[in-house]
Design a protein around this ligand. Sequence first.
Ligand code: NAG
Length: 136
Amino acid sequence: VIRLPRAGACAAPADPAVYDRPVIGIVTHPGDGAAGRIDNGTSTSYIGASYVKFVEAGGARVIPLIYNEPDERLLEKLSLVNGVLFTGGSVKRGPYFETIKKVFQYVLDKNDAGVPFPLFAQCLGFELVSMIVSKV
Ligand SMILES: *[C@@H]1O[C@H](CO)[C@@H](O)[C@H](O)[C@H]1NC(C)=O
């Protein structure tokens, strides 16, 4: 049985000025996402569009968590989202991994405090979570 959304389940909020659906933070991945064809700069990062579409298909909105932005901005953004997504990719060390560790700790702290705060970790993202948990 495939259950489709009920009529009205995805209706716009009564007050269009209020957005009451979840907002999900996606941690950007280092690089331009195009093997350097667009930008080789180390300050460049990206989110594959499929991750944004995946989250939006679930009715949520996305804000990017830029992997190398200052901690205070990262923490401010985390305080504004309902959950986080770690994408696939290739980078397993350096500032990116450090940011993933911080965000993962934030997820643990929220849940330990009794505040449901989901994390979806795809492919590399799941590997990084495994590395953090197993302390590799
Ligand atoms: C990035 O580096 C690669 C490999 O050196 C090069 O082929 C490519 O043109 C560079 N991209 C840009 C935008 O400069």
